[in-house]
Ligand binder design. Structure first.
Ligand code: AMP
Ligand code: GLY
Length: 426
């Protein structure tokens, strides 16, 4: 069967590569894809907002499965539109509709949902311009750090963690006055949680779920978790401290109640559900939900699957996940992102990437890359991920950095400490 994967990141490269291995897979198309996805299929460039063009492409190319990678089209309701299109009645769509995607698209929806279903999360307050004084009072009467979150999608930039009380008040005002456009017309102020973060992923049909391998990502641009937040600078799977007991706690108190809550709310949900968690004094709490897989977490999670990914995806779409489990490889995977110097702020594009031919294709996932005139050029902030396996964490880290040393481009930047904090944390 022919498959269309929407998105252009390392996540889509990793999903496409795993899907291409499946016996059921026919032609694979990526929109827009990147230089790496060309190894597994064809790149097309259709804006998902141009719905008629998308539908025509699906019809002409006999696409049977559409996988929606990023959050924006999901929050915009693309899955609803494709699934309810009478002209596309045989199409299978992976990704929740707009209602389910609100778990990511609206922090205030997600917090109210967690409160209603008693899912552990940070205490919070919802502030709009009309009750600004309540927010300012809260900040005045509490100790920092202060966590301010734009309600809507803000390209990963909508969360501010501020030490200084006066700056927090100032930022709260600026957010409500449009610092992140409409996304911050409402702000969630959260209790600051101190602990270690990790992520858990489920593939769900809305009734049942299969747990995928967990991962830890490294969000800050600088070593030792310093500097601004990014989309993610590296990832590790498995997480050494995620033992059976913690898995049971997370499933019983977070994953299951979330799926049950969606059912009770009559919100259908078919797709990946990503739980961004923090372990505080032995208790896992939800920092955020995402309605999709993570990037670069996908680049360590998906290569560890022994199960056929396309089979699992079809089971999810067809509502057949009851009693399905995911077989996983042993060992460890580590991914390190090579970024354009300056990211997440200003950076240059169009730099030639040298040394790719020295790398094993299994260890590279492209993101901001483009093939032009036979050269592979940088075209984004996060350029590619090197993702390597190892029998243990140290070996996987060493393998990753050895491979990283084989490539270069002007102003390449990567963190040199990915995974190192987890050594001896089992
Ligand atoms: P989010 O977009 O909600 O995942 O937040 C981005 C990052 O901010 C998270 O990965 C955490 O590192 C941090 N963060 C978010 N909420 C909190 C919180 N309540 N306490 C401490 N850190 C937080
Ligand atoms: N790496 C974090 C995310 O995909 O949201």
């Amino acid at each position: 069967m022919n498959i269309l994967i929407l998105g252009s990141g390392g996540r889509e490269h990793a999903l496409g590569k795993a899907i291409k291995k499946s016996q059921k897979s026919g032609k694979v198309f990526f929109s827009p894809g990147n230089a790496g996805t060309l190894l597994y299929g064809s790149n097309i460039n259709i804006d998902y907002k141009d719905y008629d063009a998308l539908r025509l492409f699906i019809q002409k190319n006999e696409i049977r499965v559409v996988i929606i990678g990023p959050e924006a089209p999901l929050v915009d309701g693309l899955a609803d539109r494709l699934s309810s299109d009478a002209e596309l009645s045989h199409l299978k769509v992976l990704g929740p509709g707009g209602a389910g995607a609100r778990l990511e698209g609206s922090k205030s929806f997600a917090k109210a949902f967690m409160k209603k279903y008693k899912i552990p999360t940070a205490a919070f307050l919802e502030i709009e311009l009309s009750n600004l004084s309540e927010g300012l009072n809260y900040i005045e009467n509490s100790e920092g750090p202060y966590v301010l979150k734009a309600d809507g999608l803000a390209a990963g930039k909508g969360v501010l963690i501020i030490q200084d009380r006066n700056e927090a008040k100032e930022q709260l005002k600026e957010m409500l006055e449009g610092k992140f456009g409409a996304a911050s017309s409402k702000v969630v102020i959260e209790e600051f949680l101190d602990g270690v973060e990790f992520s858990v992923f489920a593939l769900t049909d809305g009734k049942n779920f299969a747990l995928l391998p967990e991962a830890k990502d490294y969000k800050r641009v600088g070593e030792n978790d310093t500097g601004p937040n990014t989309g993610g600078m590296g990832a590790v799977s498995p997480v050494p401290f995620f033992d059976e007991q913690l898995e049971k706690q997370v499933v019983d108190h977070i994953v299951q109640p979330t799926i049950d809550g969606l059912k009770k709310e009559h919100i259908p949900y078919t797709g990946f559900l990503f739980f961004g968690l923090i372990l505080c004094e032995g208790q896992a709490k939800v920092i955020e939900y995402n309605c999709r897989m993570g990037d670069p977490e996908t680049q360590v999670v998906i290569p560890r699957l022994r199960s056929d990914l396309l089979d699992l995806i079809i089971d999810a779409i067809d509502g057949n996940l009851l009693n399905k489990t995911v077989a996983t490889e042993g060992g460890v995977r580590v991914a390190v992102i090579a970024a354009s110097g300056g990211y997440p702020n200003d950076y240059q594009k169009g730099k030639e990437i040298f040394g790719l031919e020295k790398l094993n294709h299994d260890n590279v996932f492209h993101a901001g890359t483009q093939l032009l005139g036979g050269k592979t050029l940088t075209s984004g902030g996060r350029v590619l991920a090197i993702s390597c396996p190892g029998e243990n964490l140290e070996e996987a880290i060493n393998n990753c950095y050895r491979e990283m040393n084989k490539i270069c481009f002007d102003k390449i930047y990567y963190r040199k400490d990915i995974g190192k904090d987890l050594i001896d944390k089992a």
